[in-house]
Write a protein that binds this ligand. Structure first.
Ligand code: ZN
Length: 279
């Protein structure tokens, strides 16, 4: 566990308390119902604003964390992301990019605007390109469903978000939102969003021509790690939903794939070459 991680969690503690006080959850839910929306998919932040927020946040993330200092590794993962992205249901036109962070914890995360980060500690524990694609596809699922800004809408409350974005003279909103995400945004998205991202991961992986059962293989590895090396996992992986619930959900999704006449990719030489460079 490094200093930046601790720092983020310290900011998190203070901000999260502030947010809880400000947000008045009861009022939020009432407002959501009044608008006649399914509150689960309620997002008041436009795609354009999300992309702006993401641009600012990505700078914060990349100063807080060290990007993996190997151009070959970054290039491989960036290109892999580009190959998989067209298979994501990118209805909202969120651009998708993938970078590697130098960090031993088994983790990956997505911030608004489609910025996806994979820890080197996670790459060390995947054994095939299809496994890595599964993880990237899970993060792409969060990105295209805009779970980050959806969560922001819920956490901050309808009134506050509307005030911030409708009265856009206030230049402070970018800072406020940036602060929120560098803390709260790195938390888990919640049960339903995680299960949805897992289902999308299966579909995206399959549509990209990869063996989706390899994502299941990765989940079994996570389950083993929970027992053998719990310190290698961040809170993100130990919160709800449980890994066993995720596995059941993923299996159901895989059973619904049309796998006739397909010879999905499991691994490539490029993946093996890249992996040798990860220390
Ligand atoms: Zn997730």
């Amino acid at each position: 566990m490094n200093h930046s991680f601790i720092r983020i969690h310290t900011i998190l503690a203070s901000l999260f308390i502030t947010v809880l006080i400000v947000a008045a959850p009861g009022a939020m839910i009432a407002a959501g119902q009044d608008f006649g929306f399914d509150f689960d998919d309620f997002n008041l932040i436009s795609v354009e604003d999300e992309i702006e927020i993401g641009k600012e946040l990505s700078k914060e993330v990349e100063s807080e964390y060290q990007l993996y200092p190997d151009n070959e590794v970054q290039r491989y993962v960036r290109e892999l992301g580009k190959r998989v992205a067209p298979s994501a249901p990118n209805a909202d036109n969120i651009p998708l990019s993938v970078k590697v962070i130098k960090d031993d914890e088994v983790n990956a995360f997505t911030i608004p605007g489609g910025y996806i980060y994979i820890n080197s500690g996670l790459i060390r524990r995947v054994d095939t390109e299809a496994e890595l694609v599964g993880v990237i596809a899970h993060e792409m699922g969060h990105a295209v469903k805009r779970h980050g800004t959806e969560q922001l809408t819920q956490i901050m409350g309808v009134n506050m978000v509307m005030g911030l974005f409708l009265g856009s003279d206030a230049p402070d909103w970018q800072y406020l939102v940036g602060d929120l995400f560098s803390s709260v945004g790195l938390l888990a998205y919640g049960r339903d969003n995680e299960l949805q991202a897992d289902r999308l991961a299966v579909r995206i992986t399959h549509a990209a021509g990869y063996d989706a059962t390899q994502f299941l293989t990765f989940m079994y590895k996570l389950q083993d790690l929970e027992d053998s090396e719990p310190s290698a996992l961040t809170e993100l992986f130990s919160t709800h939903p449980s890994t066993s619930e995720r596995i059941t959900n993923i299996k159901t999704e895989i059973s619904q794939l049309d796998t006739k006449n397909t010879r999905p990719i499991v691994n490539t030489r490029n993946f093996n070459n890249m992996k040798r460079r990860i220390r």
